[in-house]
Design a protein around this ligand. Structure first.
Ligand code: DP6
Length: 347
């Protein structure tokens, strides 16, 4: 009799409006600052993970987008699985599946490691799928997702999510909580505009380590700016005040990239096209006489634009005039970018 068990789940990416950048503990992935993000709908950019456990498997293996990874050297993944098994054992000590090896298959329906939060979707999906596999219910999984990739802890809930840095050296208070669900601000939309699908040259992990050890601006950001921005952002979301929400989002993205440029050697994530996109957004808002569109950039050149539903058509039409959509020549950017994804914030 085949005793193996299987679970499949999907998890979306999230786009931070107050960025997480810098760790106080590299192994436990404890951040130096709070962060807030919006979770995108699962009908757009997401990871899909299938995990099976079987008494016949001789070793744990994983495949990402069809290519086998090296599980033995993947310390983060091993740590996540070990911690999930420990939790499952506490809940049901007799679960024999906990002794079985795993086969893990994950696919992203968007460019992996191009600064589009693929690790956030991937690790939140891994943790959630393991919870289904082992029958773990009613547990806060965010501190475990955090062990895979910090931002992953914010993808376990829809809507807007606040990851609190916590103060404990062991990290049990470094958890993510939902500020409001995906139905709270139904007019809100996110456009993800893929400028470049290539893998980023400096990973988030290395970039944040270099920034926190070499940038003077970074300390100013952490001590003086982020705490106040977190308060202001929570208020803007609670009041559905797009002007404040958008301005804080853009300022925080700009400051995060300024800190990256202040690292030595500098971490350059935004490209010329990214800067042109930011200028276009400012021009659009100036023309409209109010802030109705807001950009934010993660650790890569791709643009995330938060805006209200009523602006989408006008903004996309305007953008297409600057960046025609049929603009690839042998994979290289020539005169435009494709508008690849249009996502609505929801679960
Ligand atoms: C720029 O969560 O990918 O997207 O914890 O080292 O895996 P690790 O980093 P990661 O960093 C994400 C950084 C960011 C900002 C954010 O999402 O808050």
């Amino acid at each position: 009799m085949d005793e193996s068990i299987t679970a499949t789940c999907i998890a979306p990416i999230n786009i931070a409006v107050i960025k997480y950048w810098g760790k106080r503990d590299d192994k436990l992935i404890l951040p130096v600052n709070d962060s807030i993000s919006g979770t995108l709908s699962t009908d757009q950019l997401c990871a899909k993970t299938t995990i099976s456990a079987s008494p016949t498997y001789t070793e744990t293996k994983f495949w990402l987008n069809g290519i086998e990874g090296d599980y033995k050297t993947n310390l983060r993944m091993k740590n996540v699985i070990k911690t999930m098994k420990k939790l499952a054992k506490k809940k049901s000590p007799k679960n024999k599946a906990l002794k079985w090896k795993l086969h893990i298959c994950s696919v992203n329906n968007f460019p992996t490691a191009a600064g589009l939060a693929s690790s956030a979707a991937g690790y939140s999906c891994l943790v959630y799928t393991l919870a289904q596999l082992y029958g773990i219910e009613n547990e806060d999984l965010t501190p475990i997702a955090r062990l895979g990739s910090g931002s992953a802890c914010r993808s376990l809930d829809g809507g807007f999510v606040h990851w609190m840095k916590g103060i404990s050296p062991t990290g049990e208070d470094s958890v993510a909580v939902q500020l409001c669900d995906e139905n709270y601000w139904p007019e809100l939309r996110v456009l993800i505009i893929v400028v470049n699908e290539a893998k980023k040259s400096v990973s988030s992990t290395n970039g944040m380590s270099l920034t926190s050890t070499t940038s003077e601006l970074f300390n100013y950001r952490i001590m003086k700016c982020v705490p106040e921005r977190i308060r202001a952002m929570k208020k803007a979301i609670a009041e559905r005040n797009f002007k404040d929400f958008g301005e804080l989002t853009m300022k925080d993205s700009n400051q995060f990239h300024a800190c990256c440029l202040d690292a030595f050697p500098p971490c350059v994530y935004m490209s010329d096209v990214s800067h042109r996109m930011a200028a276009i957004v400012h021009g659009y808002n100036k023309n409209a006489g109010e802030t109705c569109v807001a950009y934010t950039f993660d650790a890569g050149p791709n643009v995330c634009v938060y805006l209200l539903e009523k602006e989408v058509r006008r903004f996309v039409t305007m953008l297409a005039a600057f960046f025609p959509c049929d603009a690839y020549d042998e994979g290289k950017f020539v005169r435009g970018i494709p508008i690849k994804y249009l996502s609505k914030i929801s679960e």
